[in-house]
Every structure is written in C-alpha cells, then in structure tokens.
Design a protein around this ligand. Structure first.
Ligand SMILES: O=C(O)CCC(=O)C(=O)O
Ligand SMILES: [Fe+2]
Length: 298
C-alpha cells in the first residue's frame, strides 16, 4: 500500500478533526521522550499494523480480511455490544474530548512524529497500581496513566466485578503493555487473537480520532460464519476477556468507510485517521524485550 505523504494527508477529505491538526503541526517535532521509564519499540510502516513481519499476533485469518454478507457487501455494524461472552462495550461510556485531545497530542508529539511510524509498544517496568496517574507507579507516561485511571473509573459502574478486577487488580502481578496503533483511512488489522503466550486475560482498547468497525469471528468456525461487526466511535472503550479474548478473533477491515446500523436503516460513516490505544497484561517472563520466542519468527 502506498504511504500517504504529508501532502496527501493534508489534501485528503478524510482527515477532519483533532488528529489532522496534530499530525500536521507535529511534522518536525523532536524525537520521543527519552525520560520515560519504559521500553519503546517502533515497528516500521507496513500495510496495516497487523501486517507487520514482526506480527503481534499468533492467530490470524489466513484468508481475506474482509467479511461480507451473502448479498456481497458488509452487513451493517451494530452500535451496541453483540452477545459475545467477555466482550464489553457500552456506547454511552466515552473518554472526555479534553482527555482524548491530550492523549492524541502527546502521542503525536512523542511517537508519531516520524514518517512511517504507525505502531508503538510501551512496556511498564513494574507492577505498580494501574489506577495511579503517576509515571513512577505505572511505568507509563503520565497522560497514558491518566487515561488508564480514567478508563478504570468509567468502567467500574458497568463492568461485571470479576472483569473489572481482571483489568484493574489491586495488586497487579505482572506489567502492562500499551500498544498504540495508527490507521490511515483504508487501513485495518487482520483478524487475530492477541498473542496467547505473551498477553494475559483482560484487554482494554480506546479509539481516538475516528470511528471504525471491529469484526469479531469465532475462532473455531470456518470462513465468516458467525462474524459480527461492531461500530466503535471515537473515544469509545472496548474490553475483551474470556471468550471474547480467546475464542473469538477481532480485526478491522481495510475500508475508508463503514456501514453502520441506524434503526431499520443503515448509514455510511467515513473513516478518518484513527489512533487506538490498547492496554494488556504481559504474562510472566514476557516482559523481557528481545527474549527468544516472544516475537513470532525470532
Ligand atoms: O486498533 C484496535 O482497536 C485494535 C488493535 C489490536 O487489536 C491489537 O493491537 O492487537
Ligand atoms: Fe488485538
């Protein structure tokens, strides 16, 4: 896939909103902060975050990343959570615009300020409280620690207690990883199950800048049988645990717009530049970067 140049991005009609301004403004900003107590990995640009040769995933669909209905086009995406055990999504639970702007600004100024970078992985150095906004206790930069603590507060009233404890335990046993994925309109991520040997149960993801449609398919069934499509607006939060984490793949089709259910009708929602931030728990021993076996193919 051709990369978008700054000019392409500037002249594209999909990039309205905060991400566009930040991307253009931070074109020549300094390199990522070296003050963070984290390990930062940058993977080179690829067709989509999930197509990297250093793939993050062990179970990806061997066939087309595009799920289609029998009529030939994608069926409209749901706007409420489908009944997948362990999947939590509530359209009314959104991160504030103010925090979203802070997160996006920080990420563009510190990570996505070089052409070709579309994925960043941050690893917490310790197992400090995930609900503390301080860098020293979470190992994450303050704005991401704040995001995590905000997500924790937003989810507490609606998540089942057991799921909440999985995501936000009082005494975390392992370190967190935050993965930042940047998608141009038209990019996606192949259907996958997050690495079984590397990440534990309880994954939480937040969308910034643009909506997308995430596709879920049972691991055990063939082709697109049972696939469901879920619309994720910007600033929304999704949680994968249990079956949703292990027995279903998730992926994002490579499209520039999505078909979304709207009552009995459907509407087309154009995609813009999207940043997702996903927090996962590293399994014991998986927090040593470069250790043999951590990355497939190494
Ligand atoms: O962009 C997203 O929301 C999903 C990212 C993802 O599935 C992953 O990094 O494993
Ligand atoms: Fe994933």
């Amino acid at each position: 896939m051709a990369q978008s140049s700054q000019q392409d991005l500037a002249s594209s009609s999909h990039e309205e909103g905060p991400l566009k301004d930040l991307y253009l403004r931070t074109e020549s900003t300094a390199s990522p902060s070296n003050a963070l107590k984290i390990v930062t990995e940058v993977e080179s640009y690829c067709e989509s975050p999930g197509d990297s040769p250093n793939s993050l995933f062990d179970d990806t669909s061997p066939s087309s990343p595009c799920f289609e209905s029998s009529s030939g086009g994608p069926s409209p995406a749901l706007t409420e959570a489908p009944p997948i055990p362990g999947l939590f999504y509530d359209p009314s639970v959104l991160v504030s615009s103010e925090l979203a702007n802070d997160v996006v600004r920080y990420c563009f100024e510190n990570y996505f300020n070089r052409r070709g970078v579309n994925q960043i992985m941050l690893f917490g150095v310790g197992s400090g409280s995930p609900t503390s906004p301080s860098e020293s206790s979470s190992g994450l930069p303050p704005v991401l620690a704040t995001l995590l603590s905000t997500v924790s507060s937003l989810l507490k009233p609606s998540l089942p207690a057991e799921t909440y404890d999985l995501l936000f335990p009082h005494n975390p046993a392992t370190a967190r990883q935050a993965i930042l994925n940047l998608y141009q309109p038209g990019e996606g991520i192949v259907p996958h199950v997050d690495l079984l040997k590397r990440f534990g149960d309880g994954i939480v993801g937040v969308s910034f800048g643009s909506s997308c449609v995430m596709d879920f398919a049972p691991v055990e069934t063939a082709a697109d049988a049972g696939t469901v499509h879920l619309f994720l607006p910007e600033r929304s939060i999704i949680v994968l645990s249990g079956d949703a984490r292990y027995a279903w793949t998730h992926g994002i089709d490579k499209r520039t717009s999505d078909l979304v259910a709207d009552g009995d009708e459907s509407r087309v929602v154009r995609r813009g530049l999207r940043l997702s931030i996903t927090f996962r728990w590293l399994l014991p021993g998986a927090d040593v970067v470069g250790q043999e076996g951590i990355f497939p193919g190494t």
